[in-house]
Write a protein that binds this ligand. Structure first.
Ligand code: BES
Ligand code: MN
Ligand code: ZN
Length: 495
């Protein structure tokens, strides 16, 4: 579920809305806040003077029943210092507004935040970023919970006032919000329900919803055997639930235009296999399919925007379990690409399912660019934490475009090296390559492993292990890297 967005143009004191949302700088009021202040006889200015509301970035205050103001509630949103108000601060303020709105018993609200000046950002960007930040904050997981009290209204509609012409921004916000919600709902779903078959069924809902432009093919175990996908099959071998290789194709571009390709890691639960993860490391491994959820969400966004390009989305989905029939450390696997792999650790399973999916995608579709997303390494979480996804690419143009798309969408990535010097860490005495590279530079050696299976194709890898979900009991899937990928595709289709 996403919020329903629309554009408004009313005055902040007169708009007929259950809740008006306006910004306040540390130094003074935004234009919309000044309108409400004037209509209400100076209430907001007095709250500033008394230090009840200082305008600190990320702070909010809900006011009720202001005389002279049509809306029964006003949410003040702190914007921080005027001189430091940039795109990141704007997104943060919009997110804080969303958190305040989530707690209120209102079905609709109207935000004047997109009217604010944000250096380097136009009205389309401001509308989109505000809509997405508030929508993100208002996300609710529902799949396995009792229905909430229908008597209490929940925010469902959001009106955005931008003060100037906006067309694209709203459409993009709708499509990206759907992609993000898709990824978050699938990511959050428990692993007894979110099996590879369920992931394939979700891909089918995308295809069925856009039958005019999207086709779906699901390869089964027998197909994978025929294609020689020994690595993907090995990871699946310990699980009672069958593996799926999901292939979605969208045709929005010229019939002869090479497609873009997205590939995502879809491990629906990662126990580590024979190299079983210890307590404390396994609990959140239902999120190990967030790369898959992210590329499916980005695919959905692109399709909903009807982007004029061709796009394929390939998802290998398996469960990594220990079992008498499971694969072991020291097994040598024969991949679809013909490269042999020595398994040194069955917990390095993501690269094993991806290598077969990547070489298959390169061979079958010859994409003009391929990006994969995967919750691939704990090492990437250590390196970059939750603020940036790890980006790896030998193609400087592609890397630059992805970094810029991440910056513009507030879904940032940071580049790490793919230098050949690290390659010797993957050497094996028993196969062409080993599946782990030792303790140091774990995110780099994982990416280097993948690079062997995309040679000749412009390729980038996003390690989203630190960004795809918020850890902890009350954490959720974040929907990343949907905004980054959707923005990259928007830009590629405009180019
Ligand atoms: N899914 C994990 C990576 C992961 C760990 C993501 C923690 C998010 C948080 C992956 O399959 C894995 O187990 N990787 C190992 C690789 C190692 C065995 C070389 C890791 O990172 O420890
Ligand atoms: Mn693992
Ligand atoms: Zn994993």
């Amino acid at each position: 579920m996403t919020l329903e967005f629309s554009l408004g143009s009313g005055a902040a004191d007169r708009e007929d809305t259950a809740c008006a949302v306006v910004g306040v700088y540390e130094e003074g009021l935004s234009p919309a806040a000044a309108v409400i202040d004037a209509a209400s006889g100076g209430v907001i200015a007095r709250l500033g003077a008394s230090r009840d509301f200082s305008g600190k970035i990320g702070s909010t205050l809900v006011l009720h029943g202001l005389a002279g103001v049509a809306a029964p509630r006003v949410v003040l949103v702190g914007l921080g210092a005027r001189g430091k108000f940039d795109a990141r601060a704007y997104e943060r303020a919009c997110g804080a507004a969303g958190k305040a709105l989530k707690r209120l018993p209102v079905g609709s609200a109207c935000a004047w935040l997109p009217e604010l000046d944000v250096p380097g950002c136009d009205a389309d960007w401001r509308v989109r970023a505000c809509a997405l930040a508030i929508d993100h904050a208002c996300f609710r997981y529902t799949a396995t919970l009792k229905p909430s009290d229908p008597e209490v209204p929940r925010l469902a509609k959001l009106v955005l006032v931008a003060g100037s012409e906006v067309a694209r921004g709203l459409e993009e916000a709708r499509a990206i919000a759907r992609g993000v919600a898709f990824a978050r709902e699938l990511g959050c779903l428990p692993p007894n329900l979110c099996t590879p078959s369920h992931v394939a069924a979700q891909a089918k809902t995308i295809a069925d919803g856009h039958a005019e432009s999207v086709t779906l093919e699901v390869l089964e175990r027998a197909d994978m055997e025929r294609l020689g996908m020994g690595a993907l099959l090995a990871v699946a071998s310990g699980s009672a639930t069958p593996p799926k290789l999901i292939v979605l194709e969208y045709r929005g571009g010229a019939a002869d235009a090479k497609p873009f390709a997205l590939v995502g890691k879809g491990v629906t639960f990662d126990t580590g296999g024979m190299n079983l993860k210890p307590t404390g490391s396994m609990e959140e491994m239902k999120y190990d399919m967030c790369g898959a959820a992210g590329v499916l969400g980005a695919f959905l966004s692109a399709v909903e925007m009807k982007l004029p390009l061709n796009l394929v989305c390939v998802v290998p989905s398996v469960e990594n379990m220990p079992d008498g029939g499971g694969y072991r450390p020291s097994d040598v696997l024969h991949t679809h690409a013909g490269i042999t792999v020595e398994v040194l650790n069955t917990d390095a399973e993501g690269r094993l399912i991806l290598c077969d999916a990547l070489s298959y995608t390169c061979k079958r579709f010859q994409p003009q660019a391929l990006v994969d997303a995967a919750t691939l390494t704990g090492a990437c979480v250590i390196a970059l934490g939750a603020h940036a996804s790890g980006l790896f690419s030998a193609d400087d143009g592609l890397a630059g475009a992805l970094l810029a798309a991440g910056e513009a969408s507030g879904d940032r990535a940071w580049r790490l090296p793919l230098w050949n010097e690290y390659r010797e860490q993957l050497e094996s005495a028993f196969a062409d390559i080993a599946n782990v590279g030792g303790k140091s530079a774990g995110a780099v050696t994982a990416a280097l492993f993948l690079s062997r299976f995309t040679e000749g194709t412009p390729w980038a890898h996003l390690d989203v292990a630190g960004t795809a979900w918020i850890p902890g009991r009350k954490g959720y899937a974040t929907g990343r890297p949907v905004p980054l990928l959707a923005e990259w595709l928007i830009r590629r289709s405009a180019a």
